[in-house]
Design a protein around this ligand. Sequence first.
Ligand code: GCO
Ligand code: MG
Length: 402
Amino acid sequence: MKITDAKVIVCSPGRNFVTLKVTTEDGLYGLGDATLNGRELAVASYLADHVIPLLIGRDARRVEDTWQYLYKGAYWRRGPVTMTAISAVDTALWDIKGKSLNVPVYQLLGGASRDAVMVYGHASGADIESTLHAVAEYLRLGYKAVRVQSGVPGMATVYGVGRGDFYYEPAEPGRPPECLWSSEAYLNFVPHLFERLRKEFGSAVHLLHDVHHRLTPIEAARLGKSLEPYHLFWLEDPVPAELQESFRLIRQHTTTPLAVGEVFNSVYDCQQLIQEQLIDYIRTTVVHAGGISHLRKIASLAELYHVRTGCHGATDMSPVCIAAALHFDLSVHNFGIQEYMRHSAETERVFSHAYTFSDGMMHPGDAPGLGVDIDEGLAAQYPYRRAYLPVNRRLDGTIHSW
Ligand code: GCO
Ligand code: MG
C-alpha cells in the first residue's frame, strides 16, 4: 500500500491548525495533527520541505518502521518541531491502517479498557464569584472534573483566565500580549479559592489547577501543602520541568498529586520523573510526543510506576489530535483523565468527527480509522493568522516563565 501523495493544510478557523493528509495508491487517506502553537509554520515547512519527499513511495502499513526512519534517520533527534512532524505522520498512518482494516484505531491498540473516557473542562473567572459561576456551568453540562483558574487580586490579567467568554482561546493574533506576575499574590490567593470551591460544590467533583510552570520548587511545595485540605485531582506544571529532579523537592513536602508534561516531546523528557515516582500524571499527548506509537511507549513505562496518563487537550490540539488521544485513552490501562477544552464553532465546521461528549465522558466513536475528517474547501476560507501566547513579566519587569 504505497503512499502516493501527502500535503500540509494550514488553516485558521477560530485559531491556527496545521494538518497533514497522507494518501495511498488505493485512494485511502489519513490525517495527522501537526499544530505547534505560536510556531506553526516551522512544522509545516519541516513536513513539506523535508518529510513529505521521504514519504512518497513508502508502504503506509509500516507505521513503526516509518517512525524509526524519521526519528533515527534525521540525525537531529527530538525537539518540538521534529517530534510534532513525526507525530503527524504517525497519526495519519494509524488512521490509514484503521480505515484499510475497517476498524476504529482503538481496536488496533488492544481494544477498549473502559466504556468511556473521563474529561475535564476549564472554568475560570476574573474573581472568586465569577469563577464559582463558571464551575457551576460546567457541572450543569455534566462534567465530573473541572480545572479552575481565577483572576488574582492585585494582578490585572492571569493566563488561563478567559476574557469574558465561556469558551476562550489563549493565543492572540498580533504581537504577544504581556502579563504581569506576582508569585506571592498568587500563593496567598489560591488556597482561598479552593476553600470556597469545596464549600460550594462539596467533595465529589474532581478539581484541578494549572500553575503554568510559574513557581520555584519550594514555592510549589508550599502551594501543594496549602491545598491538601481541598484534595485536588492534580496540581499541574508547578515548576518549569527542564530540571526533572526539582520535583523531588516538591514531592518531599506534599501529598497533592502532581501532573506535568504538556510541553514534553519524548520519553526522555519524563523518564526520571516516572521512574522515581515524582509525578502522578503524565500529560504528553499525541501531537507533541511522537504520535500514537511513541505515546504508547511512554504510557507503558508509566504503568510500571503507577503513573497515569492525562493528555493535554487545549484548543491548540486540533480535532484530529483529540480523536487520536481518545483512541489512545480508551485503550491504555493506566489512563487517568483527558483534558477537553471545547473548540470554536468554526473549528467544528471544518473538522467533522465521530467522537462524542456525554455526561462528562467522551468516546472516540466506531468509525474506521480515527473517525475525523477535514473539509479542505472550507479550511481554505480561513487563512493563517500569526498568533502568540502571552509573555509574562514579574512586577519589576523581569521576564518570567509564562
Ligand atoms: C493547558 C495549557 C494550555 C497551554 C496551551 C499552549 O493545560 O491546557 O497549559 O492553556 O498553555 O495549550 O499551547
Ligand atoms: Mg497546562
